[in-house]
Design a protein around this ligand. Structure first.
Ligand code: ATP
Length: 342
């Protein structure tokens, strides 16, 4: 018999809880099909922070790191905490603490017949760059430090080369090494080295500004795109627009070198969307497709395909939330997907 898989559930804030409520029955469905899944529900987010002052306590983080295999995450961010301190600490502790270097954001539209020729997959470095939250605000001057380390850059690029080779897709590195000579210079150096080791992959580096222009003019020319944390964030949101918007875009992050038992975190690309939170308008598709990515990461390909198929079948039948010009609530959309799970 398979070993039980222990998944930590962190719904977080805003629409995070609403979309998570539609993903959890997908775990029940996999369980009913024979997967041995245990869950650990964790309360961390704005409500917990405001009530206790805790973001993600050290002991809870250690339990999760050593006692879980993966995390299913909703979103964090709450207007009651305008500086976003709790969200930063939770996300940073998870991403950096678990060394989840690789953030994978596939951009294949789940909407039948929509952007059928688009096949972009963004590999975003997830722990460094200017998002390391080191810097200072001084009178008349502000500094944000961007840190890039060779092990993380190499891990991200290796994962991107591996994916491009397996799927026989072109690989593009987005960078600004012409200006950011040190940090992006490191990216280009490691990229050039790996290009020599992977002659089977059609690869090129591009300045990010030119890449964005080309991505708008001719998106189907791109395959795998690798980028640092900042550029990857921007590029993947642009790509989300091609596949139906923020509500449908999934992601998963992982630590290829597996330093801890807990080595993956699946979450939708969108944030906590305070503008629509509590209204039942959030699209659960991004969260449910992120759950499918987690199934695939765990080696449960059959379940991943079934879940992705159910999402497409539901959308094809006309089941849509408001962001896709439909009328369904978050819960009704979740049910429409589950009704099509074979
Ligand atoms: P973060 O910085 O945490 O990624 P953000 O401030 O960039 O978050 P989001 O919270 O992702 O922004 O929201 C961006 C826009 O997308 C908002 O207009 C929001 O309503 C919309 N949006 C986000 N998630 C969903 C969803 N699941 N369904 C429908 N619309 C969504």
């Amino acid at each position: 018999m398979d070993k039980p898989v222990r998944i930590a559930i962190i719904p977080g804030d805003g629409v995070g809880g609403e979309v998570m409520a539609e993903a959890l029955p997908c775990l029940d469905w996999a369980r009913a099909g024979g997967r041995d899944i245990q869950t650990l529900s964790l309360p961390y987010g704005a409500g917990h922070y405001l009530a206790t002052g805790e973001t993600l306590p050290e002991a809870a983080f250690a339990d999760l790191r050593d006692g879980c295999d993966a995390i299913l995450f909703g979103a964090v961010g709450d207007p009651r905490i305008p500086d976003g301190r709790h969200a930063e600490e939770i996300l940073l502790q998870l991403r950096q603490g678990l060394e989840l270097t690789v953030n994978f954001r596939p951009c294949h539209s789940p909407l039948p017949g929509h952007a059928p020729d688009l096949d972009i997959e963004v590999f975003r470095e997830n722990t460094e760059g200017p998002y390391c939250l080191q810097g200072s605000t001084e009178p008349g001057r502000a500094v944000d430090l961007a840190i890039h380390t060779e092990p993380a850059v190499r891990r991200l690029l290796l994962a991107a080369f591996k994916r491009a080779a397996t799927r026989k897709r072109p690989l593009t590195l987005a960078h600004k090494a012409n200006v950011l000579k040190h940090g992006h210079g490191l990216w280009v150096r490691v990229f050039e080295e790996l290009r020599r080791d992977h002659p089977e992959v059609a690869s090129q580096g591009m300045h990010a500004d030119a890449l964005l222009c080309a991505l708008v003019q001719n998106p189907t020319a791109f395959g795998v795109i690798a980028a640092d944390n900042y550029l990857g964030d921007l590029i993947s949101d642009l790509c989300a627009a091609y596949i139906g918007g923020m509500g449908v875009a999934p992601s998963i992050s992982w630590a290829p070198h597996r330093p801890f038992r807990c080595s993956a975190l699946a979450e939708p690309v969108h944030g906590s969307a305070p503008d629509i939170a509590g209204k039942g308008w959030a699209n659960p598709v991004g969260m449910i497709l992120s759950t499918a990515l987690l199934f695939r990461y765990l080696g449960w390909e059959v379940e991943a395909i079934a879940l992705e198929g159910a999402v497409s079948a539901a959308l094809e039948s006309g089941a849509k939330t408001r962001d896709l010009e439909g009328t369904l609530s978050t819960a009704a959309m979740g049910k429409a997907i589950r009704d099509r799970l074979l």
